[in-house]
Design a protein around this ligand. Sequence first.
Ligand code: HEC
Ligand code: HEC
Length: 341
Amino acid sequence: MFRLPDHSWRPLIAGLLLTTGVQALAEPLGIGQAASADEIAGWDIDVRPDGLGLPPGEGSVMDGEMLYESRCASCHGTFGEGVGRWPVLSGGFDTLTHERPTKTVGSYWPYASTLWDYIHRAMPFTAPRSLSADETYAISAYVLYLNDIVDDEFVLTQDNLASIEMPNQDGFFLDDRPDSPNMRCMKDCANPEQLEMVGTIGGITPVGHFKQGADAPAASHEAQKALEEQKERERLHSLGIEVEAPHERADSELSASALAGREVYEAACVACHGSGLAGAPKLGDQADWSPRLAKGMDTLLKHAIEGFTGTKGVMPPKGGRVDLSDEQIMHAVAFMTEKSR
Ligand code: HEC
Ligand code: HEC
């Protein structure tokens, strides 16, 4: 909501009172001027669930498609799937009970009136209030169509908008639970020593309720990123859009030496090279690995065994695991380089 500076609310309130006929109250203040009917109409644009506030007009899904493609698709995607980090407008059905629901017009919004109201008042993002009533009807119809709520022949009008049933219309209810005071505990309190905090490489994370790889925040930024990328691919897949997973060589393409090195890598190298911690070249990051590969395997092996300080950071001798044999390190280097070619 917006907030008016302290002194400027008076003329507005006075104007509102004027229209309701309590004219006398406006006079004694002797400041400002009464808002005209036109000025009030300029503010009074909200549309209610029962359709009150909708202007006359209509628009078809077909007309909406063209308008949407030229005015909205650059941010919200051709199918409402959202480009980059711009909001998603379609799909996400049945995700509301998930840990990370996809809340869209179709999956979440309880009333179609909000769609008309919001597009009319706020979109396109760079030119709010530039759409006519008919254009707004048409684009709203198209967004409903993208969510399978209406069919492609549908024409949205002032009269039929309120009768549209949104999938999540019963998902909202009044919270009638009584307020409960949250009192500070002064005696017989939980023992703080029994609360578990665990240090991870990414920092201190309370992990009692986190499970890596589960549909919940992961215990490190990198794992979280991989999880989100995976979810994004699944979401796009459900809309029929395929995106390739980041390239990492399959095990079937690895040499016997590299396969023998996986275990060493998991035990002694992954802490830095799995995530790129401290400047370590990340497994599978071809851009970081290719200039290193150009140095030749002998040099890389020497650096891994004896340690190496480059422009990005410090590689400790054998990754800090001097108990490992040179041969084990050789296999680990083979594994890392082959995975990252
Ligand atoms: C330049 C990018 C851009 C364009 C173009 C654009 N939008 Fe948006 N849209 C946004 C952003 C950013 C938001 C979120 C605004 C906010 O939360 O304050 C948004 C939010 C929305 C929402 C609400 C989404 C939600 O679930 O909260 C709808 C509906 C919407 N836009 C429809 C449209 C329509 C229809 C058009 C074309 C007439 C359009 N937008 C054009 C950037 C854009
Ligand atoms: C404590 C973090 C850490 C661990 C553990 C670690 N590395 Fe590194 N490693 C680095 C960093 C940082 C670099 C990059 C240094 C630079 O280029 O500035 C690096 C670079 C390398 C390179 C490339 C060297 C070059 O010349 O470009 C190889 C090969 C390598 N590591 C192998 C390993 C192997 C094998 C292990 C496990 C046995 C391992 N590392 C464990 C931090 C680590």
